[in-house]
Design a protein. Structure first.
Lengths: 884, 113
């Protein structure tokens, strides 16, 4: 027969005991427990048995291990005659545990508070440590650097090799590529690398080999990432030597990279699927005009980053003289070559966001610590009497202090434990919620150093405040303390003031957090409500990368046939395409074609973004025309060709939208007639107006772009829609990858995801801070009510109205909160500055948010004070006096 | 034996010794007996009980009477030394009670039954 679950759990739990104990008594313990369990027939009885056994067991773990530590493994038990340091420690710990168990609500609240503070700080600190501080996983990573200021040309790459302080260079060119010849056409990330790249970053093959000199001469040979090899080839070893087609050209697979290898994110982004040698004969690497290479290097051991920077500066100056067209700017400045440590280059983007979060959780920890300080002070003061008794009975101050240290450490350890648990969940939640992939967030785990960090924070806080009663006790006349008979006179005015100051500090810190949360929430709400200027619902989009088409006319024809195939799909009402779709490039990114337009005959160029679009683009996205309209497909070939401009551009050039209608513009070398003016929209994200935009037929592109973005308007999306749309594309372009089919509303929510994430994070912090403030105020006042019970009893007995007693306590609490709000205003303004650039149309720490934050805090304070005040008013005079 | 070092006994130890003084018992019976005798105020759990029993056995207060092999239940009985300690403790408690009872009698007469 199978054992009951509880019995099996008990047996498993024995594993945490020292082995000697387990061997000696393990079976007996389980057998006895099984008998007890069988005995407890009713559910309630079972529960009680479980509680008893479970509670006892937790204490036992500590005791058994202490014994084991004290006695060593072989002699698990000896007579208790040693009174060594460990022995007194054991006694102290035992006493401490009992003492804490006597005041469970105190212990529980402190542990939870510490856990909360430590947990949140540990979570964010783990991220900071992992992302910002941990060294990069490459050989001699501290000597790696990146040459910044964008990418570099082939000739620049040659120039770099003259640097004497650098021992090895790596150049890489990254981009999308289409992989065909497998079951489905796939879009992959491709990196074309220089000969020393893999050696510089310490890459090893898991299968096959890495490219050698011959491969670089012929620019042939493909190395797959372990991920792609698994995903596409199912981890098949026979793939080495087989042929794969990349962007229409066949190449041979020579190796698979080790699964542990991560490409340098600063150079290649987060994931690369295929690695190939650079083709040095290609046109784009031959001239100084094309800046295509990301470049990193490792300096010699005997030199420094500064030495590299000096050489780079000399090169920058020299080439600005030699090639002024390329490297000297009209304003007299030159193109610099900043040398940045590769680690700094990798995490530059994440640093600010993480530091902001670290600041916020730091504030939260401060609030939590303030509360812990509160609880310790309240308890410490009430224990002054206990301590005094013990001292009078002969306990040495050292013993008592030691006792307090042990208790504080016990609480600190428990707090750290809770904090670690919270951190584990917090980390998971953070990574799940975080919209943008953090650099280096792979394999993020809590490690020993973080554990120590959390322990130190928790124990430090607990120690600092746990020792307060001992400090107060030092050099005191005991008879005074004892003589007071616990009437509260120990809680002097100074202590009262200290407690009030803590509450004020707490409110001030919370105000900072609450206003930050308020600003971010308002910013997110604004962002969310911002009209985009185009339709999003019912529209699905397919961004794609056609690569092997060379002729512009052919590109237009083939994309038009894809559009037609999509339009013919059941359920699709309308299909269109363009170089890009709205919200494809957000967060400051702009793509892909910009240039100047002019009025014929006037040499006055206006900068604009060009949007080559299909004729149905305006109808499908429902762009609002301020004047005129779009064009029909047959009109695209007319002379002059049609063009639509945005209202801001029309106003800049012609003064008004109406004035622009019918006028001619020079785009490139061709003249075009303006058929319509559309209202400004949020093509590049809800947080930024588009501004000057020019829409023209796709056939007007003088080049073949490596990308296209199809969009369809769908009536009631069905389950098979995505597969149908993909099939429609492949019916005419079988080798064109369709990486995603995504509703435009998803693009829209992705564009506000960061703002949403940040406001959720900060709101959580804000709410927690509010709870802590409420707890702090409540505790303080409740304590004060308890201390003044006798006084209140006398007052009430003498006829003081309960309502007035109540009022006095409430006003005491609220006035502390008001003081805190004033103190916090400065902090809220100060901190707001760090936040400003993340806000959309909201001023950080603006009066409205500040006042709202204050109101919430004061309401919370009112409620938190009212509860103890009611208790004060409800004091029974007789009872209060009899208690003496 | 130095009496000062062993006494006073923790209530739990006292009860366990008292139970074993009346006869040999195995773990489960000890728990039940102690529970009953203390009006459920001392509730032992198996792991802690065996910790106590282990210490008492090492110190020679009790002995194991049967079932040392794996699987068979062990039974414990009080040893001479345990009996001595129990007697000393009971005497000590008696003495103590004699000393403090008058105080109670004089102090709060109202609360006396």
């Amino acid at each position: 027969m199978r054992e009951a679950l509880a019995v099996r759990v008990q047996r498993a739990a024995l594993r945490v005991l020292p082995a000697s104990v387990r061997e000696e008594d393990g079976d007996e313990i389980v057998a006895t427990f099984a008998a007890l369990w069988a005995d407890a027939t009713r559910r309630r009885r079972k529960m009680r048995t479980l509680l008893r056994v479970g509670g006892g067991f937790v204490v036992l773990i500590g005791l058994e291990w202490l014994d084991r530590l004290r006695m060593g493994p072989s002699v698990a038990y000896r007579r208790r005659k040693e009174s060594g340091i460990m022995d007194s420690m054991t006694r102290q710990v035992g006493y401490g545990l009992r003492s804490l168990r006597r005041s469970p609500s105190f212990t529980l609240s402190v542990v939870l508070l510490l856990g909360l503070g430590v947990g949140s700080v540990t979570t964010i600190f783990t991220l900071v440590d992992h992302v910002l501080l941990r060294p990069l996983p490459y050989p001699s990573a501290d000597r790696l650097f990146e040459v910044q200021n964008g990418s570099h040309s082939g000739p620049s790459w040659e120039d770099f090799h003259a640097f004497r302080s650098v021992e090895q260079w790596a150049g890489v060119m990254t981009g999308d590529a289409n992989l065909t010849g497998t079951s489905r056409p796939l879009r992959v990330r491709q990196a074309r690398i220089s000969a020393d790249f893999f050696s510089l970053f310490g890459a090893r093959p898991m299968l096959g080999r890495l490219p050698v000199a011959d491969d670089f001469r012929t620019a042939g040979g493909v190395v797959l990432s372990a991920g792609l090899w698994q995903r596409v080839y199912g981890g098949d070893g026979a793939v080495i030597g087989s042929t794969v087609t990349i962007d229409g050209a066949p190449d041979v697979i020579i190796g698979v990279l080790d699964a542990g290898f991560m490409g340098p994110e600063a150079l290649v982004g987060s994931t690369v699927d295929v690695w190939r040698p650079l083709d040095w004969t290609s046109e784009e690497l031959a001239t100084r005009e094309y800046h295509v290479l990301s470049v990193a290097g490792r300096y010699r051991r005997e030199t420094s980053l500064e030495a590299v920077a000096q050489e780079a500066q000399l090169l920058a100056q020299r080439r600005a003289v030699e090639f002024p067209d390329e490297y000297a700017n009209p304003d007299g400045t030159i193109d610099e070559l900043p040398i940045v440590n590769l680690q700094d280059a990798t995490v530059a983007g994440a640093r600010q966001a993480l530091n902001l979060l670290l600041g916020a959780v730091g504030l939260l920890l401060l609030v939590a610590c303030t509360n812990v300080a509160h609880l310790f002070m309240a308890r410490g003061l009430s224990r002054v009497r206990e301590m005094a008794v013990r001292r009078t009975l002969g306990a040495r101050t050292r013993t008592i202090t030691g006792q307090l240290v042990v208790e504080s450490l016990l609480i600190g350890a428990a707090g750290a434990l809770v904090g670690m648990l919270l951190a584990v969940f917090g980390l998971r939640a953070f990574l799940a919620l975080s919209p943008s992939a953090l650099p280096r967030s792979d394999a993020l785990t809590l490690d020993l150093r973080i554990l120590i960090f959390a322990m130190v924070v928790a124990a430090g806080t607990a120690l600092l405040f746990g020792l307060l009663p001992a400090l107060r006790l030092a050099g005191r006349d005991m008879s005074g303390v004892l003589g007071s008979r616990g009437r509260g006179s120990t809680d002097g005015r100074r202590a009262h003031r200290a407690r009030s100051a803590l509450v004020v500090a707490e409110v001030a810190l919370s105000l900072v957090l609450v206003t930050q949360a308020g600003s971010l929430l308002r910013s997110f709400a604004r962002l969310h409500e911002q009209p985009l200027g185009f339709r999003t619902d019912g529209i699905w989009t397919l961004p794609m990368t056609p690569r092997e088409i060379r002729e512009p006319a052919q590109w237009v024809n083939r994309m038009e046939s894809v559009r037609a195939a999509l339009a013919a799909t059941p359920g699709v009402q309308l299909a269109t395409f363009g170089l890009t779709m709205p919200l494809e490039f957000t967060g400051g990114g702009r793509c892909c074609w910009s240039g100047n337009v002019e009025i014929p005959g006037i040499d006055d160029a206006h900068r604009t973004n060009f949007h080559p679009v299909d004729a149905a683009y305006f109808d499908l996205l429902e762009l609002r025309f301020v004047a005129g309209g779009g064009w029909a497909r047959p009109d695209e070939a007319a002379q002059p060709g049609p063009v639509v401009i945005s209202e801001p551009l029309a106003v800049t050039i012609f003064g008004s939208a109406g004035a622009a209608l019918g006028r001619e513009l020079v785009v490139g070398r061709a003249e075009r007639r303006i058929t319509g003016v559309v209202a400004d929209n949020r093509h590049f994200g809800p947080d930024r107006p588009h501004g000057a935009a020019t829409y023209l037929p796709v056939a007007a592109m003088p080049f073949t772009p490596g990308r296209v973005h199809m969009a369809v308007l769908v009536q009631g999306a069905s389950d098979g829609l995505v597969a149908q749309l993909r099939a429609a594309v492949w019916s005419v372009e079988p080798d064109l990858p369709v990486p995603v089919v995504q509703p435009l509303v998803d693009w829209a929510s992705a564009s506000t995801a960061r703002a949403k994430f940040e406001s959720v994070m900060f709101s959580t912090f804000g709410v927690v801070a509010l709870l802590l403030v409420a707890g702090g105020l409540y505790g303080t006042l409740l304590y004060s009510v308890g201390q003044r019970r006798r006084e209140l009893g006398i007052r009430l007995a003498l006829g003081d109205a309960p309502a007035r007693v109540e009022g006095r306590f409430v006003s005491q609490g609220v006035s502390l909160a008001v003081l805190g709000c004033f103190a916090g205003t400065a902090g809220a303004w100060g901190f707001g500055r760090f936040l400003q650039h993340r806000l959309f149309e909201v001023q950080a720490g603006d009066p409205a948010t500040l006042i709202a934050g204050m109101s919430i805090l004061l309401l919370v304070a009112l409620f938190a004070s009212w509860l103890p005040a009611r208790r004060a008013a409800g004091t029974d005079p007789m009872e209060a006096l009899r208690a003496e | 034996m130095n009496r000062q070092q062993e006494l006073p006994l923790a209530p739990r130890d006292l009860l366990v010794l008292a139970v074993l003084a009346e006869g040999a018992h195995h773990g489960y019976a000890i728990i039940k007996e102690v529970e009953e005798r203390s009006d459920s105020s001392v509730l032992l759990d198996p792991a802690n009980l065996y910790r106590v029993l282990r210490r008492m056995r090492r110190d020679g207060w009790i002995r194991q009477v049967e079932g040392s092999g794996a699987g068979s239940r062990r039974t414990y009985a009080i040893a001479a030394r345990g009996r001595t300690i129990l007697r000393h403790e009971v005497e000590r408690l008696d003495q103590l009670l004699r000393e403090v009872r008058p105080a109670l009698a004089g102090g709060s007469r109202a609360s006396r039954r």
